[in-house]
Ligand binder design. Structure first.
Ligand SMILES: Cc1cc2nc3c(=O)[nH]c(=O)nc-3n(C[C@H](O)[C@H](O)[C@H](O)COP(=O)(O)OP(=O)(O)OC[C@H]3O[C@@H](n4cnc5c(N)ncnc54)[C@H](O)[C@@H]3O)c2cc1C
Length: 734
């Protein structure tokens, strides 16, 4: 199959309201040769219009958040879950908190703004409403506090704009509906520096909203410019003090500092100055939209509605920029419909000088908001993959296979220079002074241990893939009770120009390198070629004392079976490929899969593990049957640790492609479990990537072993069954 080589990188910073539309549009119409990478601190974007409804209890998390993982997959974009902390405009690189710099040709920034916490004490004693992910945790804590304590509690929102009033009414409504909460002991105050709420809204809308505040018993404190926040109170410039136990901060938006620090032209408040084409006035090829942008010809308040409106013109101009065509300015509308909810299923609407309120207004708002969310949740079927059929680019894509598919020496040299391959005294010849092969000294009296493992990319993030692949390969060595020493890499890079290949290689090897250096393993060589898709494998070499080898067979009667990690990675990533796994499930699973298991193996061995393996492609039952070698054992399905989302996906009939093959091991099993364990049983056949260690050790030492594993951070570790007397099938129980 011909592949269009990647010739340009568009990097999107932030999965904000404008970028979700950019992704949708590029998904509908891919741009040949343009690779899109979305870097976002959060992988679920809260939709601003429904956020108060979430707090009020009208919606759940998934109804109010756009899941960026399926959307990115639809757009053919790589999703990097990371926080941007800087930019290098000279080298065109985005600097991230957790990974190597990401190169771009075109850059677009839609990372929003956060309430300004510049007032002394605000950062320490107030709860900002953004980032929403942190606010959600504080909101849950507040709910718990209100339910737990009987004491009176004063709750205040600082900020009288639409966000502030809506949030306070939602908090009031949300707390009122909690079981066992007596509203009479709670007091609510809205504190604003203005002389009224809802600046910029017509007088009638303000009147209608004040009436709603009154009806809810919410006190309005106007003309109060907070100058200091203390524990339990806010103080005004004029000396007034309002006592508040919970202070929610919804004030004027503040810009992140890194765009200004990078040298992008910004206004006096730090927002990125862009022209009517949404392009930076100082850096061609850099675009910005949403709250973080200051559109010079058309200043507007910071509101999600403007970010949403900027999505289509931003997408169109990014496409024009990629094609080297002239950009087209857009003109935002001046008036817009504002729908502000009042806690209960009731809202105030205004447009221009007109305003009205009622339950029907809320239903109207609800209809609009749900329609918006459906745009990004129910994605249209993907069209023809233009990436593989484009004429000129396809001709360029005729590339050699075999030895000719090896990538250029220059690319390799530059990439290797950008990573630290790790240094070990026993590496006689390694990447420091490359040769045809590496030469490594073995410690005297030790046996050499060799293993190789690898796979096609199942995530569009080479840095994370490198970390997972390195851990996956190392697990084989740990499962032998051995110490890893060196690694060799086998990498296939997708067709692209040299700079992009080098970039991918650096990302991948840096990710792997971090894992190897924390395991004291030196990368000593490898082979890199190009192909249709990213693939990676590592050969790991290690050593072990002859009398310390832990085989996989050898489980004996009286042993407990300990598993160190959750199951379900196979089904999760199968679902992710189809765009039907939640981003937070994938994020949580990847975090576990990137955890090294050296300490887990040492702990298991120290507790007498005499049979051990790592759970990978054959699934738990496949690997367990190898360990048991015909011995009888009982597996408690109810105890199996599972990744979040895995059971729900199996119940929705999603399976990994290897599942059917693995399920043939069913013939070795005597199922005695109930129907409610059926999904768990299927997950016992799920193939794992970077799966847990499975060990058989004396039952009397198992509880202590598991406690130690928990202390060492292997929080899912658990005894999943026991080995019985004699031979027989593996028995499953609930
Ligand atoms: C309670 C409340 C209610 C509101 N209600 C409304 C309303 O009804 N209507 C309305 O129009 N507006 C409303 N707003 C305002 C609205 O929330 C914002 O204007 C809107 O979210 C801005 O959208 P955005 O695209 O600029 O950024 P956001 O939607 O804030 O998205 C920013 C994205 O960037 C990511 N990000 C942030 N920093 C980084 C980083 N350094 N690196 C990588 N990723 C990063 C975030 O994770 C997120 O994905 C409300 C605000 C609040 C607080």
């Amino acid at each position: 199959m011909l592949q269009t080589p990647v010739t340009q990188d568009l990097v999107l910073i932030g999965g904000g309201h404008a970028h979700v539309e950019v992704l949708r549009r590029f998904g509908m119409q891919p741009e040949p040769g343009l690779r899109i990478t979305l870097i976002s601190r959060d992988v679920h974007t809260p939709y601003s219009g429904m956020l108060p409804g979430l707090v009020a209890g009208h919606y759940d998390f998934d109804e109010t958040h756009i899941d960026l993982a399926p959307l990115a997959r639809f757009a053919g974009a790589r999703l990097y879950h990371d926080e941007v902390i800087g930019l290098d405009l000279l080298t065109r690189q985005v600097l991230c908190r957790g990974r190597p710099p990401v190169s771009y040709d075109l850059l677009s920034i839609d990372c929003g703004a956060t309430p300004s916490l510049a007032v002394p004490g605000a950062a320490a004693h107030a709860v900002p409403v953004k980032p929403v992910s942190s606010f959600s945790a504080r909101w849950e804590a507040l709910c718990a506090r209100v339910q737990r304590d009987d004491a009176p509690l004063a709750i205040g929102v600082i900020g009288g704009g639409a966000g502030g009033v809506e949030l306070l009414m939602a908090v009031h409504h949300g707390l009122a509906r909690l079981p066992g909460v007596d509203l009479a002991r709670l007091s609510f105050q809205l504190v604003t520096s203005g002389d009224d709420i809802l600046p910029g809204h017509p007088a009638r809308a303000r009147r209608l909203y004040r009436r709603a505040l009154d009806a809810a018993g919410i006190a309005l404190v106007t003309g109060f410019t907070v100058s200091a926040v203390e524990p339990g109170a806010v103080r005004a410039t004029d000396g007034r003090r309002v006592a508040l136990d919970e202070i929610l901060w919804v004030t004027q938006a503040a810009a992140p500092s890194w765009p200004h620090d990078a040298g992008l032209a910004c206004d006096e408040d730090g927002f990125i100055r862009v022209d009517a084409c949404l392009q930076s006035v100082s850096a061609p090829g850099v675009f910005a939209a949403g709250d973080v942008a200051a559109v010079e010809p058309y200043p507007r308040p910071k509101a999600g509605v403007f970010a949403v409106r900027q999505g289509p013109p931003l997408a169109a101009n990014l496409r024009r920029a990629a094609r080297d065509e002239a950009l087209v300015p857009f003109r935002p509308q001046r008036r817009f419909l504002s729908l502000v909810s009042t806690g209960a299923r009731h809202a105030v609407a205004s447009r221009g000088p007109f305003a009205c309120a009622g339950r029907w207004v809320w239903r109207w708002k609800d209809h609009i908001d749900r329609r918006f969310m459906r745009r990004y949740g129910e994605l249209p079927a993907m069209g023809e993959d233009t990436a593989g059929t484009d004429g000129d680019a396809a001709a360029e894509a005729m590339r050699c296979g075999g030895c000719g598919a090896k990538i250029g020496a220059e690319v390799l040299r530059e990439a290797l220079a950008a990573i630290a391959p790790g240094a070990r005294a026993d590496v006689v010849i390694g990447l420091g002074e490359p040769d045809d092969a590496a030469v490594v000294a073995l410690p005297p009296g030790r046996l050499a241990v060799h293993t190789v493992d690898g796979f096609r990319s199942f995530i569009d993030d080479p840095w994370t893939l490198g970390r997972v692949a390195a851990n996956h390969a190392l697990n084989d060595v740990y499962a032998m009770g051995a110490t890893p020493q060196t690694a060799l890499a086998l990498v296939t890079l997708p067709f692209a120009d040299n700079a992009r290949m080098q970039d991918d290689l650096v990302q991948l090897l840096r990710g792997a390198g971090e894992v190897f250096s924390s395991a004291d393993v030196a990368l000593v060589g490898g082979h890199t070629g190009e192909g249709a898709e990213l693939a990676v494998g590592f050969a790991i070499n290690g050593h072990v004392a002859a009398d310390a080898v832990v085989r996989k067979r050898g489980a004996s009667p009286g042993d407990a079976l300990v598993l160190t990690r959750a199951l379900g990675s196979g089904v999760l990533f199968a679902a992710a490929m189809r765009g039907s796994a939640r981003a937070r499930w994938i994020g949580a699973a990847l975090e576990t899969m990137c955890q090294g298991q050296a300490a887990a193996a040492a702990c298991l061995v120290a507790h007498g593990a005499h049979a051990m393996t790592d759970v990978t492609g054959f699934g738990l039952i496949g690997h367990l049957c190898e360990m048991l070698d015909g011995r009888r054992a009982t597996l408690a399905l109810g105890r199996l640790p599972l990744y979040a989302g895995a059971e729900a996906l199996v119940l929705a009939d999603v399976h990994s492609t290897l599942h059917a093959e693995n399920r043939r091991a069913h013939r070795h099993v005597e199922p005695r479990h109930g129907a409610d364990m059926a999904a768990r049983y299927e997950l016992a056949f799920d193939p794992q990537t970077a799966g847990g260690l499975l060990a058989a050790l004396p039952a009397e030492r198992a509880a202590h072993c598991v406690a130690e594993l928990h202390r060492a951070g292997y929080v899912d570790s658990v005894v999943i069954g026991h080995v019985g007397d004699g031979d027989g099938p593996l028995v499953t129980v609930d």
